[in-house]
Design a protein around this ligand. Structure first.
Ligand code: 5MM
Length: 339
C-alpha cells in the first residue's frame, strides 16, 4: 500500500499543486450567479467535467479536491470522475468538513463541524477512490479575535479529523485559514497566523498525527483587504517564509497555499516570490487554489458547451502559471505571452 508520505509527496512533486474544486452547493451557486448559470446538478457536473478533461493540466496538478456530490459523479460518457483523474495520475481528494458554524460563547467566531460519523464517511470515501481529504477552519481577525478559545477549538477538531484520516489511509489537508477580510495590517496577520500554527501543531502532536503524512493549507501572510498599506509580493513572500520557518515543522512535506480572495495573478506572483527568493526550505511551497485557478475558466465558459475549450485553455494556463511559480520562474509577461 502507498504510504501517506508517498501520497503527500507525489501531490506536490515536480512543481505540481492542487485544484480546490470542492465548492459546496451554495458556494458554487455564488460562482455560477456571477456568470448567470443556474445552480443545478447537471451544470455543476458539466463544469467539473470541463476542468477534469483539460489536456495537460495533469502536468501541473497533482490532486483535485472534490465535493461529496462530485466524487459520486461521472463524465457524460459514464467515466467516474475519480477514475478519470486517477488514470491521468491526479489524486482525487474529498472535502469532509460540514462547514464553519458559530462558536458558542464567542460572538463573531466559528468552529468547523463534521466529526460525528467521520470514521464511517472516510471508509466510504476511500472505497470511492479518495486519496486525500480537506477540512477548513475559518479564523477571523478583529477586536479581541482570534481568541485562544477559537484557535484551540478549531485546532482540536482539525487534529481529530487528521488522526481519523490517517487511520483510514487518507492524507489530511490541514487548513487553518486566517481570513483576509478587514483592515488589519500584515503584522496583525502574521501574529494571528503564528498563534494559529502554534495551536495547530500542538494539537496535531497531542493527537499523534504523523506530520510527514499531512499537507498544510494555510493563508499567506498578507494585509487585510481593507488595509490602506498593501505589501509588495516580495514583502508577502518574505514575511510568510520567515514565519513558516519558525512555525511549521520540517517533517511536513508540503505547504499548499489557499488564495483566499487574492486575484489570480496576485496569488501566482506571491507564490513565485516565495520560491524565487528562498531556497533550501524543508517543505515544498505550492498551491491549492480555488478561486485563483478557476475565475478565468468560469468567465470563458459561462455555461455554454461551445465555450468548453476556451474554459479548458484558461484553466490550463492558470495551472501552468502556478506551476512556474512553484519553481520560482514565473513572470507577469508570461500571462500574455502564453495566453
Ligand atoms: C473551493 O472552495 C472551497 C469550499 O468552500 P465552501 O466549503 O465554503 O463551499 C474552499 O474551502 C477552498 O478550498 C479554500 O477556501 C481555498 O479556496 P480559495 O478560493 O481561497 O483559494
Amino acid at each position: 500500500m502507498t504510504s501517506l508520505n508517498q501520497i503527500a509527496e507525489s501531490i506536490v512533486a515536480d512543481n505540481k499543486g492542487i485544484l480546490a474544486a470542492d465548492e459546496s452547493t451554495p458556494t458554487i451557486g455564488k460562482r455560477f450567479a456571477g456568470i448567470d448559470v443556474e445552480n443545478v446538478e447537471d451544470n455543476r457536473r458539466a463544469y467539473r467535467e470541463m476542468l477534469f478533461t483539460t489536456n495537460g493540466a495533469e502536468e501541473h496538478i497533482g490532486g483535485v479536491i472534490l465535493f461529496d456530490e462530485t466524487l459520486r459523479q461521472s463524465t457524460a460518457d459514464g467515466t467516474r470522475f475519480a477514475d478519470l483523474l486517477s488514470s491521468n495520475g491526479v489524486h482525487p481528494g474529498i472535502k469532509v468538513d460540514m462547514g464553519a458554524k458559530p462558536l458558542a460563547g464567542a460572538p463573531g467566531e466559528t468552529v468547523t463541524e463534521g466529526l460525528d460519523g467521520l470514521r464511517d464517511r472516510l471508509a466510504e470515501y476511500a472505497e470511492l477512490g479518495a486519496k486525500f481529504a480537506k477540512w477548513r477552519a475559518v479564523i477571523t481577525i478583529g477586536d479581541g479575535m482570534p481568541s485562544d478559545y477559537c484557535l484551540d477549538a478549531n485546532a482540536h477538531a482539525l487534529a481529530r479529523y487528521s488522526a481519523l484520516c490517517q487511520e483510514a489511509g487518507i492524507v489530511p489537508i490541514v487548513e487553518p485559514e486566517v481570513l483576509m477580510d478587514g483592515d488589519h495590517s500584515l503584522e496583525d496577520c502574521m501574529e494571528a497566523t503564528r498563534r494559529a500554527h502554534a495551536a495547530q501543531f500542538a494539537a496535531l502532536e497531542m493527537q499523534r498525527v504523523a506530520l510527514d503524512g499531512i499537507l498544510l493549507k494555510p493563508n499567506m501572510v498578507v494585509a487585510g483587504q481593507g488595509c490602506a498599506t498593501q505589501p509588495s509580493h516580495d514583502e508577502v513572500a518574505d514575511a510568510t517564509v520567515a514565519l513558516f520557518k519558525e512555525s511549521v515543522p520540517a517533517e511536513v512535506p508540503g505547504i499548499v497555499f489557499l488564495s483566499g480572495g487574492q486575484s489570480e495573478e496576485e496569488a501566482t506572483a506571491n507564490l513565485n516570490a516565495m520560491n524565487a527568493r528562498h531556497s533550501d526550505l524543508p517543505w515544498k511551497l505550492s498551491f491549492s487554489y480555488g478561486r485563483a485557478l478557476q475565475q478565468a475558466a468560469l468567465k470563458a465558459w459561462v455555461g455554454e458547451d461551445a465555450n468548453m475549450d476556451a474554459g479548458r485553455a484558461a484553466y490550463a494556463h492558470r495551472a501552468r502559471m502556478n506551476s512556474l511559480a512553484c519553481a520560482g520562474t514565473y513572470s507577469a509577461e508570461l500571462e500574455t505571452a502564453n495566453a
